[in-house]
Design a binder for this molecule. Structure first.
Ligand code: HEC
Length: 275
């Protein structure tokens, strides 16, 4: 029996629509996963046996838009990707502690055994961690540094009187009002940006970019040079190999989630076109 809850989410500055469905796994005779002709199902195993709480992703470009559906394995490593539109899918495993497995080709109705690939280094594993985990590596000045002592002092404006006020600019009262931080595009400085003598120079140049440049520079200047230096130090530490703590794999009901994504815009759309 399946229970189903569907939500539609409009993502921030992203070109995908997401639908979440909750699905209870059922077992057929002989322990095999009960499946329909429009499902893909099977077991994921790693070097130590079944891999619990990892994602299995089915993706296709056969449909009018790029489409993917993601599910999570249960405690026996089993997965079921339900109700797939007719198409040829690339299917693979992603999970914390792993790197993406090689992609297998399958069509709905297939039973497919998949092998999880253990990440060779902590950096390779961390490539898949959520942006917020990477953002957590940004250092925040200690409470005793507030109120700021300005341009000739600690680089924090005197108007920033508490650590909470600083954090508000770092988070939803400032930078993350418009977009996530900690994504690969923000935690690394792309070579294409040009040559800079320091990562502080690179940060100053790149947040001045694009239509939102004025708003970004204005936001960081509310705090002062110190915040620019902390962003520069953040990218330097990451470049030198720093990795965030490993997130836990999905547990319990989180393993029943089904995520469907499909494209509906392209790289030439600005985030406001979404509205
Ligand atoms: C008013 C909305 C807004 C705010 C606030 C904002 N950003 Fe941005 N940011 C953007 C947009 C939009 C882009 C894409 C470039 C463009 O088109 O302007 C961007 C791009 C970036 C990039 C470049 C990503 C890349 O691909 O190279 C970085 C880094 C960045 N922002 C960091 C920040 C930081 C740090 C803050 C806080 C000080 C911040 N942003 C605040 C809207 C904003």
């Amino acid at each position: 029996m399946r229970t189903r809850l569907t939500f539609l989410l409009l993502t921030g500055a992203c070109t995908a629509l997401l639908a979440f469905t909750s699905i209870g796994a059922t077992q057929g005779p002989g322990g095999a996963i009960a499946m329909d002709g429009d499902d893909i199902a099977g077991v994921v195993t790693g070097p130590k046996g079944p891999e619990a709480g990892v994602w299995v992703i089915a993706e296709t470009t056969d449909l009018p838009t790029k489409f993917s559906r993601t599910v999570v394995t249960d405690d026996q490593g089993r997965y079921l990707i339900p109700d797939l539109p007719k198409a040829s899918y690339q299917v693979w495993v992603r999970g914390y502690g792993l790197v993406d497995s090689p992609k297998s080709t399958a069509t709905p109705g297939a039973r497919l055994a998949l092998e999880a690939v253990v990440a060779p280094t902590p950096q390779a594993a961390a490539h898949y961690y959520p942006a917020g985990f990477w953002y957590s590596l940004l250092e925040i000045p200690a409470e005793r540094e507030f109120p700021g002592t300005g341009g000739t002092g600690n680089g924090i404006q005197p108007a920033i009187t508490s650590q909470q006020q600083y954090l508000r600019v770092v988070k939803s009262g400032g930078c993350t009002t418009c977009h996530q931080l900690g994504t690969i595009g923000t935690r690394e400085i792309p070579k294409d940006l040009g040559h800079f003598n320091s990562s502080l120079d690179a940060w100053q140049r790149r947040i001045a970019s694009g239509q939102a440049g004025g708003a970004m520079v204005g936001t960081i200047n509310q705090v002062g040079l110190r915040m620019q230096q902390e962003f520069a130090n953040w990218t330097d530490r990451i470049k030198a190999g720093a990795v965030p703590p490993a997130p836990p794999r999905p547990q319990g009901l989180e393993r029943n989630v089904v995520i469907t994504q499909w494209d509906w815009a392209d790289p030439k759309h600005y985030l406001h076109d979404e509205v």
